[in-house]
Design a protein around this ligand. Structure first.
Ligand SMILES: Cc1cc2nc3c(=O)[nH]c(=O)nc-3n(C[C@H](O)[C@H](O)[C@H](O)COP(=O)(O)OP(=O)(O)OC[C@H]3O[C@@H](n4cnc5c(N)ncnc54)[C@H](O)[C@@H]3O)c2cc1C
Length: 456
């Protein structure tokens, strides 16, 4: 049972929602409708203002065995923040302060409820760069760390994990623990901080983060290179990387799907030719540096059968291409029953896509696939017809099995959350599962924090 009177005492009357009709937006995330689990009936939403209040809430919840669901921006795609059992939704939205942009150490200290949009604004105002960019800027810092978010820029700069240098965490038992600091090297004891990164809200509530920053890039350009043949397009990816250029982003899209997004936005997809495209973002220390990287990429692509090369240098042109790419999920969402998030070794991307095509043919459906080709991370979209025909789960499992044959995994960046739990056994051996459950028990002896998520 949720002790509402005691919660009110901790956070104040104005910061609790108990009426169902006022909390609807806290009961879901961005998981596609067909896959999103229903929220439990008896839920209250609590909005603490400080780490100390969160500590008091968790001490109370642990004593009363009340379940607690940490919630960031609610942009997750695997229902991680959805309260599937009675309990408390703990929203981090009021911990929204950028505490310090430390130019000397190239670090930023932020409360967990700061959104990606506000983080970028604060950092860029100081002419600095926070490199990772998962697609929705409404995501909060705590959610990005809890999910170890990736995004298009991971190819050159890596995922969020690479930037976390310190964390403040409230444990399910209420203790406040600090991990790491403004340090580039730290080998002190076991690395609990990296255990918390990607823990999907099951080990502790992240309340503050220290991120490493970089100087802003001086110049950027975006190329869209087109082929008439998927294998030729994807086969060129390793050749580009072997040539010595590491682009900021290297995305694979097909004309049919990206034109849906362009139309959804009332824009036109710029390339006139080709059915298979690589979108490549290049960054550098000067315009000359960027120009020479573009030339190098363009030469490699011409040698490997590209039929068209478009180089966008103006900011607006680049932004438009990126917008069309970023909105693909939103444009297709109403037709999607599930959007998968599979990683395979980068050199297997084209073979894996062929395997997906064979599954689509076997089940007489179309599977739209695009993604972060340079990272080997694809997002095959399964359409609603599969759900209507009652074969969605079967097709999904077949694609997961095909991915596993190439040495792949069932999630690259979105996480397991609540929607991928049924397939976790395909990926983990018994000993790994036992170790993970043991760690969960150590942090959360009464299993109050986000049960039914990530591992059990
Ligand atoms: C259009 C769109 C594009 C996207 N593109 C990408 C992409 O390119 N790459 C990518 O990786 N992801 C992407 N995502 C997914 C999503 O944005 C990320 O997973 C993001 O990190 C989630 O952050 P959030 O604050 O919204 O978390 P939420 O959805 O609120 O929560 C996600 C999980 O984190 C836990 N959590 C949240 N805050 C905390 C906290 N403070 N402490 C402990 N646990 C917490 C929750 O309990 C839950 O399990 C995209 C989503 C959308 C809608």
């Amino acid at each position: 049972m949720v002790d509402i009177a005691e919660l009110q005492r901790i956070v104040g009357q104005d910061w609790i929602i108990t009426q169902r009709e006022q909390m609807e937006s806290y009961l879901r995330d961005e998981t596609v409708l067909a896959e999103r689990p229903a929220a439990a009936d008896n839920v209250v939403v609590v909005k603490p203002a400080s780490t100390e209040e969160i500590s008091s809430i968790l001490k109370l919840a642990n004593r009363k065995r009340t379940r607690v669901y940490p919630r960031g921006g609610g942009t997750g795609l695997v229902a991680g923040a959805v309260p599937t059992q009675d309990g408390i939704v703990l929203s981090l939205e009021r911990l929204d302060r950028v505490e310090e942009v430390d130019k000397e150490n190239l670090m930023v200290v932020v409360q967990a409820g700061v959104t990606l949009a506000d983080l970028l604004k604060a950092v860029e105002a100081e002419d600095l760069l926070f490199p990772p960019h998962p697609g929705d800027e409404g995501a909060q810092v705590g959610g990005m760390v809890a999910c170890n978010a990736g995004g298009t820029r991971a190819l050159k700069y890596g995922v969020v994990r690479n930037y976390v240098k310190g964390l403040e965490v409230v444990l399910p038992t209420g203790e406040i623990v600090n991990m790491g600091g403004k340090l580039l090297k730290n080998n002190t004891g076991l690395d609990l901080m990296h255990l918390l990164i990607d823990s999907e809200g099951i080990l502790g509530i992240i309340t503050k983060v220290i991120f490493r920053l970089y100087p802003r890039f001086a110049s950027t350009a975006t190329l869209v290179i087109s082929w008439d043949d998927r294998h030729a397009a994807i086969g060129t990816v390793p050749k580009i990387l072997q040539s010595g250029v590491i682009p900021l982003a290297l995305e694979y899209v097909e004309r049919d799907a990206i034109e849906v997004s362009a139309e959804y936005l009332g824009l036109k997809w710029p390339p006139a030719r080709g059915t298979a495209h690589l979108i490549i973002i290049v960054t550098g220390s000067s315009e000359d540096d960027v120009y020479s990287q573009c030339q190098q990429i363009s030469n490699v692509c011409q040698e490997h059968g590209a039929v068209d090369t478009l180089i966008a240098e103006r900011k607006e042109e680049q932004a438009e291409i990126l917008k069309i790419r970023s909105e693909m999920f939103s444009a297709l969402k109403s037709r999607i029953a599930d959007a998968l998030d599979i990683a395979v070794p980068p050199a297997e991307v084209a073979n894996f896509m062929d395997a997906i095509d064979r599954v689509a043919e076997r089940y007489d459906t179309s599977i739209v696939t695009y993604g972060h080709a340079g990272d080997g991370n694809l997002h095959p979209h399964l359409m609603v017809d599969l759900q209507q025909r009652g074969i969605l789960e079967q097709v999904k499992e077949e694609i997961f099995r095909e991915g596993a044959k190439f040495g792949g995994v069932i999630t690259a960046e979105h996480g397991i959350g609540k929607t991928r739990l049924p397939q976790l056994d395909m990926m983990l051996d018994d000993k790994s599962k036992e170790l993970m459950k043991g760690i969960k028990k150590l942090f959360d002896p009464n299993n109050i924090l986000n049960p039914g998520c990530a591992i059990v």
